[in-house]
Design a protein around this ligand. Sequence first.
Ligand SMILES: *Cc1c(COP(=O)(O)O)cnc(C)c1O
Length: 425
Amino acid sequence: MDYFSYRNGQLHAEDVALAAIAEAVGTPFYVYSAATLERHFRVFSDAFAGQPITLCFATKTNGNKAVLALLAGLGAGADVVSQGEMEHALAAGVPAGRIVFSGVAKTKAEMAAALEAGIFQINVESEPELEALSEVAQALGKTAPVALRINPDVAAATHDKIATGRKENKFGIDWTVAPAIFAKAAGLPGIAVKGVAVHIGSQILDLDPFRRAFERLRELVLALRADGIALERVDLGGGLGIPYHRDDPASPPPAEYAALARRIFGDLGVHLVAEPGRLIAGNAGMLVSRVVYRKQGETRTFLILDAGFNDLIRPAMYDAFHDILPVTAAAENAVLTPVDVVGPICESGDIFARQRPLPPIAAGDLVAFATAGAYGASMSSTYNGRPLVPEVMVSGDRFAVVRRRPSVAEMTALESVPPWLAKQA
Ligand SMILES: *Cc1c(COP(=O)(O)O)cnc(C)c1O
């Protein structure tokens, strides 16, 4: 469910025509619908109504300050994976008391920053990390509120690059050794053991892997309680998938996901944490691009866009499908012909879609990639000397540029030529 639709033959975000934004900011650009973000967050939080829970939006999905501020205003916290994300979330108005710090390689400097900021929870993923955190906390005269991230060794049907919950993945502490590490954590001076965490991967469209992971967590909580380690929090992670293709299964309804969590953890009296990312932001955003050329190859027709894989890497990185919509609706009787939709990057892998049946689209026309609000702008780069594209937020009939396009001078401002080369020049 989103707030992008055709009105009078023009694709709109809420009440704003995408063509009008293109006119104002140039292409390519990302556009986010505030109403869609709000709707998804509310559906998720309503599903957990009455349950003590901290909902931490996974910042790496879409870290735009306006997106974080909007969600923070609705009561969201943030799941962050670096000091940069943490500081950005704090600056966007996310209270420290609703921030969870995840990630496999937190440095001591990052740990110190998290402790100074007084965040809600640090999710620890290994024994050496636990020891380092205890040392840092002790040196600061603080106690770190910790959850141990467990690797439950469950396989989820998703792309290999975004599966994280199998024992051969780098994430988390093997569930088989978890009790020993918890016992160790309980004895470390700088550590306050608060809970257990899990995150089994992303774009998961079936509740069963969540069930298996949650059941393992429950067993662990009960076993630890029997050993005298009383956990008060369970962090469910993120990972709920969304449909990208019309033939994809629908997302598992958040209400069913919440019911599953309640069924498994309801009688334990724990405070839950959830870290949804894609589910909140995925279909709240589109990437809008202009066709530069329509090129007839010997065997294929190419639609060459002004957006490339540096702007939206999901197709190249994860073989992901994004619906490609003409911004001006095709005629009802338009004939679809297969085209390769490609970008301008000097790499053969800069392909958004192969042999995609599309209505007639000519040079100069605008197209929109649907479902690009998650892992879109946040994964973009300046490869090929291309400035990061603007991000725009729409709310009703208003729109605002929430990240402007930098100039080339701004892009290169951090570079310098060493004096010994400058002399030669
Ligand atoms: C990426 C990530 C998330 C968010 O995953 P989604 O699939 O976008 O919901 C949540 N928690 C952790 C620890 C993550 O790494």
